[in-house]
Design a binder for this molecule. Structure first.
Ligand SMILES: CC(C)(COP(=O)(O)OP(=O)(O)OC[C@H]1O[C@@H](n2cnc3c(N)ncnc32)[C@H](O)[C@@H]1OP(=O)(O)O)[C@@H](O)C(=O)NCCC(=O)NCCS
Length: 179
């Protein structure tokens, strides 16, 4: 543990119209609004650059997402949560619901805040905010991204397959029951 905000409790309030005041000391988790799109894109790009460098693939889909696409996603009402440290957005995650499944996407924490529990809290919050009809969570992550694979394994995900993305990066598909 490095100096900085204390770890965020796994159970965080996510209802309401802005950052929740009850998500723990230092960091609050709450719904993202379209007006947050610029900050979300900034954090997302900073976070995914490391992944892109790992695979030598600057064109991975999260880095190709434009501000307009991101704002449209938020306007369309996708399940989208942010983590704020004071006024600063330090992380975000989205959940794409299709029938009984929810894909966890664009899960990012600002590089200087990683490793302090914000990601774990965001993941728990997006799981908790899934509609009751959702019975399975799934996601893809880099097949060689050992830190990510460890985080998801600790959150109950298991490897369910392999895919290659449009940038040629090998990904692992991970799944877990929703409840
Ligand atoms: C993945 C990510 C969202 C995790 O957020 P985080 O706040 O660093 O994670 P937490 O501090 O809550 O949890 C730490 C755990 O996550 C894992 N982890 C993943 N990336 C990490 C990083 N850069 N630094 C520290 N831990 C990381 C570790 O397994 C760690 O578990 P450990 O304590 O057993 O070592 C964040 O590291 C990130 O934005 N990475 C780049 C983008 C990315 O790969 N997103 C996921 C795409 S599927």
């Amino acid at each position: 543990m490095i100096d900085g905000p204390a770890p965020v409790p796994a159970h965080t309030a996510v209802s309401g119209t802005g950052p929740s005041p009850s998500a723990g000391p230092g960091v609050r988790i709450g719904p993202l609004r379209p007006g947050d799109a610029g900050e979300v894109l900034t954090v997302q790009r900073a976070a995914y650059v490391t992944e892109a460098q790992r695979y030598g693939a600057p064109d991975i889909p999260p880095l190709r997402e434009t501000l307009a696409e991101l704002r449209a996603d938020l306007e369309a009402g996708v399940l989208a949560l942010g983590a704020w440290s004071g006024a600063r957005l330090v992380g975000s995650v989205r959940g794409r619901v299709a029938g009984s499944e929810m894909e966890v996407v664009r899960f990012t924490v600002a590089p200087d805040v990683q490793g302090r529990g914000v990601g774990r809290a965001l993941l728990a919050a997006v799981h908790a905010a899934a509609p009751p009809a959702v019975t399975r969570f799934w996601l893809v992550t880099g097949a060689r991204s050992d830190d990510n694979l460890r985080l998801y394994a600790a959150a109950g995900y298991r490897i369910a397959g392999a895919v290659t993305d449009s940038a040629g990066v090998e990904l692992a598909r991970l799944e877990r029951p929703a409840r």
